[in-house]
Design a protein around this ligand. Structure first.
Ligand SMILES: Cc1cc2nc3c(=O)[nH]c(=O)nc-3n(C[C@H](O)[C@H](O)[C@H](O)COP(=O)(O)OP(=O)(O)OC[C@H]3O[C@@H](n4cnc5c(N)ncnc54)[C@H](O)[C@@H]3O)c2cc1C
Length: 469
């Protein structure tokens, strides 16, 4: 398994140019590489370009590298946002060959070899000799975009902090609510989507209501909360195979999650969710806190590339690339990570890391004058995992599957290895001890801004017509 970029960059600390002021990248060559996206794909590409005769510019609309697999822990108050989203500029501070730019990419001109962007309202144009696009995917509401106001997705730090405020705010509202029916709706949480994110969110909401909030309230008993997990298919964690999926179902139900399989969410408003069961029967659940963990769609930059370059897009808008991850007809442009469609590879961190690294190695070889044809990406599947609750996770490595405490310990070690920076690993370990061995949740702040926005949304209502059934 690979170590992470921060550690690799750490070794550069004794380079003589480490104190030079940052006035553009100071690589040894003139070949300009622009990388769009500082997620796993982009960051691992930067790392693989170390020592190559190139100038690298890494551009992202955020100022951080986000460890998305732990977003659910920020959303439920276990970890702080800084622990999973270190500033990219700081992660790469010892890489004088790399310039970090915080800007939103708005256009790519394949013929002119430029990327246009907007940095705090100011237009920017960057010329490239090689381009890596690692812009990822975004939440999809399958055409029901109005659901977004009621059920945030979990894709960014903003999403996680919004959900955290809504979840802890729901208990605060319930504490002062005199009407038992309304109180119950504050204490009902609906998670939509039975993939890893949905299962992890549902499990953590149960744990916080049953354990972490113990003795915190005087008028409500948080352990009476209802957590409903809706999944349209007939099983959760379907990608893990029948045996692990069945095990996860049993574990989730034992934990206290109310599982609705074959249940599609067909409508929602501020106070409720309407669910259609497999037989076509609909039910409206009074629930004020909803989490959307059901779907993703590719970054619009994928369509932009396809329209100019003639590449095909798959069902969710990912760009079909050549076996070496390059754009058909444009060997100097690479699409990697979640935005790339290649051999049915899943949208996973390891795919992003390996494809980002592969594209960078090809670019570095060419910059050194090696004109041999690019090699195809040979993806090595290192498995996948999902946590159910504290001390319980499932993990799949090829045909081997493990669950329970063994799965959870594996989860712990792997996530510690991949978290960026020693300080973050240490503080995550302390927070995990607080939350999993103890009962606490260290990160429960609701800002005044969040509380005011929630009050406005609740006052605004936006309810569905009366339930005929
Ligand atoms: C909640 C959640 C849990 C997950 N859990 C797991 C897990 O347990 N295991 C696993 O293997 N995978 C997991 N994944 C998937 C994994 O995180 C992704 O596969 C991986 O992050 C993809 O990396 P990427 O670099 O392709 O894209 P991303 O990490 O999404 O990075 C894309 C970057 O591009 C930037 N960007 C996008 N558009 C623009 C633009 N126009 N201008 C500038 N910047 C732009 C974004 O700000 C972002 O920083 C999870 C994902 C989520 C959301």
């Amino acid at each position: 398994m690979d170590t992470n970029p921060a550690d690799q960059d750490h070794r550069d600390r004794h380079r003589p140019d480490r104190h030079r002021p940052d006035s553009g990248p100071k690589g040894r060559g003139t070949h300009r590489v622009v990388i769009v996206g500082s997620g796993f794909g982009g960051l691992f590409a930067v790392r693989a370009l170390r020592g190559a005769p190139v100038q690298v510019t890494l551009i992202d609309r955020t100022n951080h590298h986000l460890f998305q697999p732990l977003l659910y822990q920020v959303a439920t108050g276990i970890l702080s946002e800084g622990e999973i989203a270190p500033a990219t500029r700081d992660v790469l501070r010892r890489r004088s060959d790399v310039s970090v730019v915080m800007a939103e990419v708005t256009g790519i001109d394949l013929a002119g070899r430029t990327v246009s962007a907007e940095a705090m309202g100011r237009p920017l144009t960057l010329a490239y000799d090689s381009l890596i696009v690692a812009a990822g995917v975004q939440t999809s509401y399958f055409g029901n975009d109005r659901f977004e106001a009621f059920a945030p997705g979990l894709k960014s730090i903003d999403d996680a902090l919004e959900l955290r405020a809504r979840i802890y705010g729901a208990f605060e509202a319930a504490e002062t609510e005199p009407d038992p029916a309304v109180r119950e709706s504050w204490l009902t949480f609906v998670v939509v989507g039975g993939g890893p994110t949905g299962v992890e969110m549902a499990g953590q909401i149960v744990e916080l209501s049953h354990r972490a909030l113990h003795r915190n309230f005087r008028n409500i008993d948080p352990s009476t909360s209802r957590v409903v997990l809706c999944e349209g298919a007939d099983r959760i964690l379907g990608d893990f195979g029948r045996r692990l999926s069945d095990r996860a179902r049993r574990d989730v139900q034992r934990l206290g999650v109310e599982l609705r399989l074959g249940a599609r969410v067909v409508d929602m408003d501020e106070t409720s969710v309407t669910v259609e069961e497999a037989g076509g029967r609909t039910e409206r659940l009074a629930a004020r806190t909803k989490v959307w963990a059901a779907g993703m769609t590719a970054s619009p930059l994928g369509r932009l590339l396809a329209e100019q370059g003639g590449a095909e897009l798959d069902r969710v808008g990912r760009v079909r690339v050549r076996p070496d991850c390059s754009l058909p007809g444009h060997p100097e442009v690479f699409v990697v990570g979640d935005l790339m469609a290649l051999d049915d590879l899943p949208g996973m961190a390891e795919v992003a890391m390996q494809s980002g690294r592969h594209a960078a190695v090809t670019i570095a070889r060419r910059a050194r004058g090696d004109d041999r044809p690019a090699r195809p990406l040979r993806y090595v599947d290192l498995g996948s995992m999902a946590t159910i609750s504290r001390f319980s996770a499932i993990a799949r490595f090829g045909r081997l599957g493990v669950g329970g405490l063994t799965g959870w310990l594996l989860w712990l070690v792997i996530h510690l290895v991949f978290l960026t920076g020693f300080k973050n690993r240490l503080s995550a370990l302390v927070h995990w001890a607080i939350s999993f061995v103890g009962r606490g949740r260290a990160e429960r702040t609701i800002t005044a801004h969040q509380a005011a926005a929630r009050r406005r949304a609740v006052a605004g209502g936006g309810s569905l017509p009366a339930d005929p059934g």
